[in-house]
Design a protein around this ligand. Structure first.
Ligand SMILES: Cc1cc2nc3c(=O)[nH]c(=O)nc-3n(C[C@H](O)[C@H](O)[C@H](O)COP(=O)(O)O)c2cc1C
Length: 200
């Protein structure tokens, strides 16, 4: 989008702004305050959306974890462009972010994997995410097999890691009465974030 002449420094740094809105959604009692719709580009160029959980927001971008052999991971390796949208109905807010996905470090994936429950760790081994599953029993059998294999610690499978969405554009949306909503777009220009309002 072309940057208008009246663009200014954003009201808040977008990373801090998003962190604050997630925290306020949590405080407002939102059930899944970190859930975000992630759209990738399919191998034949069509948009594909699904929800994932945001596990961190920093200068490196917006972080989520997944199976590296899933449909989404295959799509990301052929086209790293992606778009994320959060929606918090309780606060009548939305955030959109566009950018490129980059795989996170093994160290970051290991340290997040260790915080997961034992069953979630076993699940990461047992699930061949996005591939056909003959029956639920097949999945539960795989869970049993991996539970016996890993008596104590469950290591992170090499097919499980995370991605950062490195933002090139943000939009913060606050719903207002009469659909006269506030929209602030933020884009980078010469290394600095610039912001302007959009008509609702
Ligand atoms: C609220 C919510 C949160 C989810 N979080 C994740 C997640 O963090 N990582 C993940 O791989 N799948 C998550 N899922 C499942 C995905 O939406 C999706 O079904 C799965 O990742 C397979 O997607 P794919 O076939 O496009 O790769 C979540 C689903 C919901 C409804």
């Amino acid at each position: 989008m072309k940057i208008p002449e009246f663009a200014q420094e954003p009201l808040f740094h977008p990373v801090e702004w998003l962190e604050r809105w997630i925290k306020e959604a949590e405080e407002a009692g939102e059930i899944e305050p970190t859930a975000m719709s992630l759209s990738t580009v399919s191998i034949d160029g069509a948009p594909r959306a699904r929800f994932v959980l945001c596990k961190g927001v920093s200068e490196n971008g917006v972080l989520f974890f997944t199976n590296l052999e899933s449909s989404k991971a295959n799509e990301i390796s052929s086209d790293p462009r992606a778009s994320i949208a959060f929606h918090w109905p309780t606060l009548n807010r939305q955030v959109r972010i566009e950018g490129r996905l980059q795989k996170t470090s093994d160290q970051e994936a290991d340290s997040y994997f260790q915080t997961r429950s034992r069953l979630s760790k076993i699940g990461a081994w047992a699930s061949k995410q996005s591939r056909p599953l003959e029956s639920r029993e097949t999945l539960l059998k795989a869970v049993d097999d991996y539970s016996s294999r890993f008596n104590h610690d469950v290591p992170r499978p090499s097919h499980w890691s995370g991605f950062h969405l490195q933002p090139s554009a943000w939009e913060f949306w606050q719903g207002q009465e009469g659909r006269l909503h506030d929209r602030w777009t933020i884009q980078k220009s010469d290394g600095n974030w610039l912001s302007w309002r959009l008509h609702p």
